[in-house]
Structure formats: structure tokens, C-alpha cells
Design a binder for this molecule. Structure first.
Ligand SMILES: [Zn+2]
Length: 400
């Protein structure tokens, strides 16, 4: 990961870094059937060899609770349609105007909705789509929001799909339209695509969406991205998902390997067990895999989407210098972004052979928890910027 804020050290070995935040994004949450129907012009769904159950939502909450984070659940909503409203939006499902969801209307809807509502600290509902693909004359093409080259679907269809996603949220009292979005099948264009004057991001921003997460590999107009792992499209920050650790239908596996960037992307089955009572075993494997990113010097697990976006911007754009007795910050590149972060808080990790005390009158020290790592002291400082200051100095001295 290239960034101007890689680790910086002084001659006495005091090292500082604005760590890269990591966020968990889980796709295709919301299906009740797990059946991969792609051979019958139905959606791929999750490929799970059983139906989904409310316990599968508990798995996401457990992951969030044990890691102290708020995973993003990118949701597909068609099988939550209690009133068959999607009959009026035939491009959204495989049954078109004959849409009938009655088999999936049952007490499990309210059970899952209750979990989502009562665990919002550890479950962020993110918009993914209604039926995931796009149907015309009984056949689907990939995908719901853009075609296979990433060109946006017709404007009136995009607006109608957004209206209906919101209506499905309302039917189930799941709150207003989410503020974040993951394009289905990762088919997406950065900026306006062929023949359109507006981008999907601009349409979404009018609905309150502030954040898009998608792999940049294959994204139309990727070259227009300004900062390698993120860019702004009509003011909406768009962040690279990179490559997932598992295949979309992998089930019951233990995660291994390297994260290639700030997003830890996965699909719902990756977190689940064929026996839902054993979901926690799979979740705990992810907890063991992800926990070390909190203790590592160069990374941390973001508590939620907002702190993730803020920290990522600071990670990439802050210029750090470590002198004999201070850490100096230059925030000029952060403040010149089309949309600077809405939060003042950033995290800084500092490692030193000696215990340190910190002091500053140009940045506010909120907290400074300390852990012992390999015989040195490692601090995770929470700092609040003082509005208007483009530079700051944080002084340190050995603690006597
Ligand atoms: Zn998906």
C-alpha cells in the first residue's frame, strides 16, 4: 500500500504511522433462499445449501461485537417483499410482473429485522440491490445497477429501483435508505458512463448515499480515481474493495492469507456454517484472523464506516515527520480533497523503547492507550484536529 504516511522514525527509534483502517464488508445478505438459480434465470443468491435463518444475522452481529466494529451488510431486499410491490418493477426479479414472494413472508422476517434494529452498533445495513441482476423478457443480464461493462442502467430504472429498495426497507421498518452502497456483481462506472450526463454516484448522493465500496479492478473509468484506493465521484467517496480472501460460495472455511487493502470483503456464506447453530465457530475463525490487525503497527480495525473513511483519508494524505522530540503533521492534502472528512478524529500509532508522555497545543489528545509489543511500548493515540490548522506538532518526551 503506497501512501505518504508510511512509518516514519527518528534516530532514537521512535516510530509513528497513521495506520490503515480495515473495514469488513459482507455481500448478499438478505436472501432467504440460498439456492444458486443462475441456470434457471434466477439469481445466483448465496449458493448456500440451506435456507437462510435469523441466526445468520446473529453471525454478523457476533463478528462485530467480538471485534468492536460495525460490519457492513450489503443487502438484497426482494425476498423481504411482504406485499408483492415488485410486480410493478418487472426488471427487478425473475418473475417479472407475476412476482409472488408469499413463500418468504413469515415470522423470520420480523426476527431478523429485530436483530438488525437492536444491534445497529454492530450491523450497518448497506444497499446492495433488490434482485441483484436485471431482467428483461424473463432473462437476466448482470447486473442490477449497471451492465456487464459497468455502464449504468436507464435512468428511470435506476430511480425506480431506488424507490423500491426504500419501500422494502419501510415495509420492514428497517429505517431510511442506507448511506452506503456496494454495486451488485461489482459492475460499476466511476463518473458518468456511456451517454449519461450524471453518474450513478451523483444519483445516489441525492438519496443521501455518501460512500461506495467496490473493487477497482474492472470498474469502468478506473483511471479517473485520484488516490489509488479511493476517489470522489460527485462528492461520494468510492473505496477499493480489492480482492476477497474467499470465493463467493466458500462455506465453513478458516480465513488465511493477506488482505490487499483497506477492505476485508466477503460474501455471507463465508461467515456461516451449514448448521446455523455452529455459525459461531466460523465467525470466531474470522475474529482470530482479524484481531491482529488491531495490534499491528500499520493497521487498525475501524469502528464504523464513518471512522473508516476518515482514517483512510488521513492514512493516505497525511504527511508525517518524526523529529527528536516531536511528531509533525501536514494535513494540506487532506484539506484539499473535494470532500474532506466530516470527523476531526484520527488515530496515530507510536512505538518506542521507552515510555513516552505526549503534549500538544496544536492537536487535541483524546486518548492514549498503551500496549506492550515485543518489548517496546506501542501507543494508539486518538487525536482531534483543531479546525483550521493545516499543521500540528505533537511533542513527546521519555516518561520519568
Ligand atoms: Zn452481490
Amino acid at each position: 500500500m503506497t501512501s505518504s504516511s508510511s512509518q516514519q522514525s527518528n534516530a532514537t527509534g521512535v516510530t509513528a504511522v497513521v495506520p490503515m483502517p480495515i473495514q469488513v464488508v459482507i455481500d448478499d445478505v438478505g436472501w432467504w433462499s440460498g439456492h444458486d438459480g443462475s441456470q434457471q434465470q434466477e439469481p445466483y443468491r448465496t449458493g448456500m445449501p440451506r435456507n437462510h435463518v435469523p441466526e445468520d444475522y446473529e453471525a454478523i452481529v457476533r463478528l462485530g461485537r467480538l471485534l468492536g466494529v460495525r460490519p457492513q451488510a450489503a443487502m438484497i431486499m426482494c425476498e423481504w417483499d411482504r406485499n408483492n410491490i415488485l410486480r410493478k418493477l418487472p426488471t427487478s426479479t425473475w418473475m417479472g410482473s407475476n412476482w409472488d414472494n408469499s413463500k418468504w413472508v413469515g415470522p423470520w422476517l420480523e426476527k431478523a429485522a429485530h436483530i438488525i434494529r437492536s444491534s445497529s452498533e454492530h450491523f450497518e445495513l448497506t444497499m446492495h440491490g433488490i434482485g441483484h441482476e436485471y431482467w428483461t423478457d424473463g432473462k437476466f443480464t448482470r447486473a442490477e445497477w449497471a451492465d456487464s461493462s459497468g455502464t449504468m442502467r436507464p435512468l428511470d430504472q435506476v430511480e425506480a429501483h431506488l424507490d423500491n429498495f426504500e419501500a422494502l426497507m419501510n415495509q420492514n421498518q428497517l429505517g431510511p435508505l442506507p448511506v452506503s452502497f456496494v454495486p451488485t456483481a461489482f459492475l460499476h462506472g466511476f463518473g458518468p458512463t456511456d451517454g449519461y450526463k450524471v453518474s450513478l454516484a451523483e444519483i445516489l448522493s441525492k438519496r443521501g448515499i455518501v460512500y461506495i465500496n467496490t473493487p477497482f479492478e474492472g470498474m469502468q473509468n478506473r483511471a479517473a480515481v485520484s488516490h489509488e484506493v479511493f476517489g470522489f465521484d460527485a462528492g461520494v467517496i468510492t473505496i477499493d474493495r480489492g480482492e476477497d480472501l474467499m470465493e463467493w460460495s466458500d462455506l465453513g472455511k478458516t480465513p488465511t492469507g493477506q488482505l490487499h487493502g483497506p477492505t476485508c470483503g466477503m460474501h455471507w456464506p463465508n461467515l456461516l456454517h451449514t448448521n446455523p447453530e455452529r455459525n459461531s465457530e466460523i465467525v470466531d475463525g474470522w475474529v482470530r484472523f482479524l484481531q491482529p490487525f488491531n495490534s499491528a503497527m500499520g493497521t487498525l480495525l475501524a469502528a464504523n464506516s464513518e471512522s473508516f473513511r476518515t482514517q483512510l483519508v488521513y492514512h493516505v494524505c497525511t504527511q508525517l515527520t518524526v523529529t527528536d522530540d516531536s511528531i509533525q503533521f501536514d494535513f494540506a492534502k487532506v484539506d484539499s480533497l473535494p470532500r474532506p472528512p466530516s470527523q476531526p478524529e484520527l488515530a496515530l500509532k507510536v512505538r518506542s523503547a521507552q515510555m513516552l508522555s505526549f503534549k500538544s497545543d496544536s492537536i487535541k489528545l483524546v486518548s492514549e492507550p498503551l500496549v506492550d509489543v515485543e518489548g517496546s511500548y506501542q501507543y494508539t493515540l486518538r487525536l482531534d484536529r483543531i479546525p483550521g490548522r493545516k499543521e500540528a506538532q505533537l511533542h513527546f518526551a521519555p516518561r520519568s
